[in-house]
Design a protein around this ligand. Structure first.
Ligand SMILES: *Cc1c(COP(=O)(O)O)cnc(C)c1O
Length: 564
């Protein structure tokens, strides 16, 4: 691409992780998958954007279990040259007074009409760097606080320099996908420095940086907001002083990446309406909007549904809104497409686990990062009750998957508890826990189960996107009213709620009770005895929810509210 064409790209999207291809382990979960889906829709729509991320050469981790469900983690080796191309440019950043060199790999996302979006992967694994510095872009969310800070320097500061070195001269907007990328704003701020000024507040031009920056925050959970002791930041960034502005970036001797982004961005948003509210309460005094998350439909549609949509809604791939016409697809064909998607999943699970799931048994799916607030074991709270529903109302089977962060001891314990309940429930209720949850399994499970279950403790789920993948494949959700489901749930029309939206502090025992009631009184009877009604619900999940909770709509919102 020549310089003139490069100059036309005016938006740079910075993200710590990105899920573009199931074979590229450069993501951990929802945040990365959302980044990948967003960039794919930008390519579909021809948005003049570029993306910057870390190479994550050893991935997040490969998950293995022993018989008790103890998780072990292994590095992932992936053939990067098959996906990304090394560019003939390098940049460097200064950490602790030392130069750390960065090479840059390019990946091209091709949209449906042929437009492309380049994604640049930063890589410090160069001979000139110290042994330690060479590992800085190896592990996503690995290492200690110092390692994370160094990674964020590479991403934020190195990223800004990288895109300039590649030749982008006219970046007007820098979009920080979560606070991990905040240091980019400090790099921009540093460039506004007037050496002649003594007063630190006049020394820098905050407004000009704000005009360029956009910040999307993705979680109300504290662990999602990186904080570093001031000493650590001073040690790392000695030559860059803009962060020393008190009140703006420093509180209690800590630098908080979220504060940096909040104070240096003109447009700030949460990722669902409710999350916008929660974020405004967390950070009073800022103008915080919301843009509800979505998914890239072409990535997440089961082959059978893709075919069905191509047949009945031609053009849907470039116009996701048109999925509202799913209401006119004959129910029998929805049934058939779902049967194929379900068979694909069941055969996959059986081949891997030998558990013998059945093709026509009611199947519940639960797959997400395993951490306490997501309550992966809520469904297994009272196994006697579950067996009673299974015996009296209708047979069920369950597919689980999910990784716990290597340092999340509570999450790892939760997996072991689930393994132990799985043994207790065998053989009455067959439950598979798949190893190494990834995008491939994500697509198979969200597409192939009969019911998608989500039961985090409100209000901690910022959005959630797996349930949207289910909708696209006609799979109804049963979920607590948190995140996107507050917007997506119409009881008995698109799925069902656990608990109510008024309830501030959810009580897990009450939620488990609600969950069992819904399964027993409404969901399982409808599934087995009222096929026509069930298929009507399936159609509505597509027409009402997939047509809206997608990244085409999301990108259009970002363009109108943030980029233009
Ligand atoms: C879609 C997806 C997610 C998102 O999960 P939520 O819990 O819904 O936010 C995470 N991991 C993988 C592998 C996915 O495919």
């Amino acid at each position: 691409m020549n310089k003139q064409a490069l100059g036309k790209r005016g938006i740079a999207y910075f993200t710590m992780e990105i899920g573009l291809d199931p074979e590229m382990p450069t993501y951990s979960g929802g945040l990365g998958v959302l980044a990948g889906d967003t960039i794919k829709s930008c390519a579909d729509l021809g948005v003049p954007i570029i993306a910057v991320t870390l190479l994550n050469e050893k991935g997040y981790f490969r998950q293995k279990f022993d018989a008790e469900g103890s998780q072990s983690e292994f590095p992932v080796d992936w053939p990067k040259e098959e996906f990304v191309k090394l560019l003939p440019v390098q940049v460097s950043v200064n950490i602790e007074g030392r130069e750390v060199r960065i090479k840059i790999w390019k990946y091209i996302v091709q949209g449906i009409t042929g437009a492309t979006v380049p994604v640049y992967f930063l890589d410090t694994n160069l001979q000139e760097n110290s042994e330690y510095d060479r590992t800085l872009t190896s592990f996503l969310y690995g290492g200690d606080q110092w390692y994370r800070l160094c990674q964020e320097i590479i991403l934020g500061i190195g990223g800004v320099r990288a895109i300039e070195a590649i030749g982008y001269q006219n970046i007007e907007k820098y979009h920080m996908n979560e606070g991990h990328a905040s240091l980019l704003a400090l790099e921009l701020l540093e460039r506004t420095k007037k050496d002649s000024e003594e007063d630190i507040y006049k020394k820098y031009d905050l407004d000009s940086v704000r005009n360029k920056c956009i910040f999307t925050t993705h979680t109300p959970v504290a662990a999602g907001h990186d904080r570093f002791p001031l000493d650590l930041v001073k040690r790392a960034l000695r030559s860059n002083l803009s962060f020393e502005m008190p009140d703006i970036f420093i509180r209690d001797n800590e630098i908080n990446m979220t504060w940096i982004a909040l104070n240096l961005s003109k447009y700030i948003n949460g990722v669902a309406k409710k999350h916008g509210e929660v974020t405004r309460e967390m950070f009073p005094g800022y103008s915080i909007d919301s843009i509800t998350n979505g998914i890239h439909l072409l990535t997440w549609a089961a082959p059978a549904f893709k075919k069905l949509y191509d047949k009945y809604i031609p053009g849907w791939q470039s116009d996701y809104f048109s999925l509202r016409y799913a209401l006119s697809i004959p129910k029998e064909e929805i049934f058939q497409a779902h049967f194929e998607a379900k068979k694909e999943l069941i055969d996959y699970v059986n081949a891997r686990t030998g558990i013998g799931l059945e093709h026509d048994t009611f199947t519940i799916g639960f797959a997400r990062r395993v951490t306490a607030y997501k309550r992966a074991n809520l469904l297994l709270t009272d196994i006697n009750r579950l067996v009673e529903i299974n015996d009296k109302t209708g047979k069920m089977q369950i597919v689980y998957a999910g990784k716990a962060h290597p340092k999340d001891g509570g999450g790892k314990e939760l997996i072991k508890k689930i393994f132990s309940k799985i043994k207790e429930l065998n053989p009455e209720i067959k439950i598979a826990y798949l190893e190494n949850y990834d995008m491939t399994q994500g697509r198979l499970i969200t597409g192939g189960v009969d019911l998608w279950l989500n039961n985090p403790l409100p209000p901690r789920e910022a959005s959630g996107t797996s349930g949207m993948k289910a909708c696209l494949n006609g799979v109804p959700n049963l979920s607590v009213l948190d995140g996107w489901w507050i917007e997506g749930c119409i009881e008995n029309v698109t799925g069902w709620a656990i608990g109510s939206v008024q309830k501030q502090n959810a009580d897990s025992a009450q939620d488990a009770h609600d969950l069992y009631q819904k399964l027993e009184k409404v969901i399982i009877p409808t599934f087995y005895k009222e096929k026509d009604k069930w298929l009507e619900i399936m159609r509505h999940t597509i027409a009402l929810n997939a047509s809206f909770f997608n990244t085409q709509r999301l990108v259009q919102e970002y363009v109108l509210k943030a980029y233009l």
